[in-house]
Design a protein around this ligand. Structure first.
Ligand code: AMP
Ligand code: ZN
Length: 141
């Protein structure tokens, strides 16, 4: 069942799928998580793994749901090898990252040798000054 924090009934399509009120091509399901095919796949077999509890981002979820999600991702990463040995595991957090469904989900995208949408055409090497600044900005806590 979706959590009490979920948007008003019907507002979140992934809550609807988790509650079996909306259809999905389900690949796996347990008490905390569900995996189903993406309706607009990047590649054949592209699917999503979601927690049943509603949260916009991974960091909105209680630790138990995060752990359950990782267990299902591990299970499905093993299974995706039946389609292709290589795959992308991706999470878009926020509009600038391309998130369009605001219920946390991981994409698992089998790769068959086509160009990689997560690989920008041009990348420049990191500069030491910026590298040191970023390390400082991301230092604990
Ligand atoms: P994101 O950009 O990370 O928010 O990706 C959302 C993904 O959900 C997209 O790849 C959509 O194709 C997919 N999607 C949206 N609605 C559905 C649905 N009802 N069933 C399956 N996949 C969906
Ligand atoms: Zn939801």
């Amino acid at each position: 069942m979706p959590s009490p924090e979920a948007p008003a009934s019907g507002a979140c399509i992934f809550c609807e799928i988790a509650a079996h009120r909306a259809p999905s091509y389900t690949l796996y399901e347990d008490a905390e998580t569900i995996a189903f095919l993406d309706l607009f796949p990047f590649t054949r077999g592209h699917f999503l793994v979601i927690p049943k509890r509603h949260g916009e981002r991974l960091t909105d979820l209680p630790e138990g749901d995060q752990n359950a999600l990782l267990r299902t991702i591990d299970r499905m990463c093993r299974r995706v090898g039946r389609l292709a040995p290589d795959y992308n595991l991706a999470l878009n957090a926020g509009v600038a990252a391309g998130q369009i469904v605001f219920h946390v989900h991981f994409h698992i995208i089998p790769r068959y040798g086509e160009s990689n949408p997560f690989h920008p055409r041009q990348r420049t090497a990191i500069e030491e000054q910026d590298a040191r600044a970023v390390v400082a900005e991301l230092a604990p806590p």
